[in-house]
Design a binder for this molecule. Sequence first.
Ligand SMILES: O=C(CO)COP(=O)(O)O
Length: 215
Amino acid sequence: MKVVVNLKAYPCDPVEVATAARDVSEASGVPIAVAPQAAHLERVAETGVETWAQHVSPVEHGSHTGSTLAEAAAEAGATGTMLNHSERRLKLADIDAALSAAERVGLETCVCANNPDQIGAVAGLGPDAVAVEPPELIGTGTPVSKADPDVVTDAVEAAADADDSVAVYCGAGISTGEDLTAARELGAEGVLLASGVAKADDPTAALEDLIAPLE
Ligand SMILES: O=C(CO)COP(=O)(O)O
């Protein structure tokens, strides 16, 4: 199981979370990536943790003020990127162009979507992974893997129908080892989470609890 920790724009110390994720990942062998704000990519990557952008723009070098250029994210140390997060949604054509931008510089890609139908559509674009995250469960602490298990199994099926080489992750409300185990049993190969780690008093303890069933 892969773990992606999305720091969103939470007021946590990105280097503290990154260091905790690096240490827990190294000790357990569980792959854990941290996705900070674009401005924090370099500091996070310097810890040695697997570093992902939260988004890259569907553009090339040029007159695109305010963009997060895939080249800049990669130069800062990112090796992967999320795209189309529910809080940073894109049109299908822009997801396609952002995937091309990420592929141009070799970033691993995970396209988020709200439901299984959208998962089928974005899996067809050929990302490395897709992640189903029902927006109504994000930030609630109620795990998608328990509250809405059909969303995960239907997403796994929709992705396999479109392209069975695309990995399926799930997210929203995931915080404990039990939530992660439930996700795995539904066919997910990874989880995306945010508040359970970014808002934790002790990010190391939160991550250790999350991945305990995998050890
Ligand atoms: O949006 C999410 C991860 O990208 C999930 O957020 P929470 O873990 O806070 O529910």
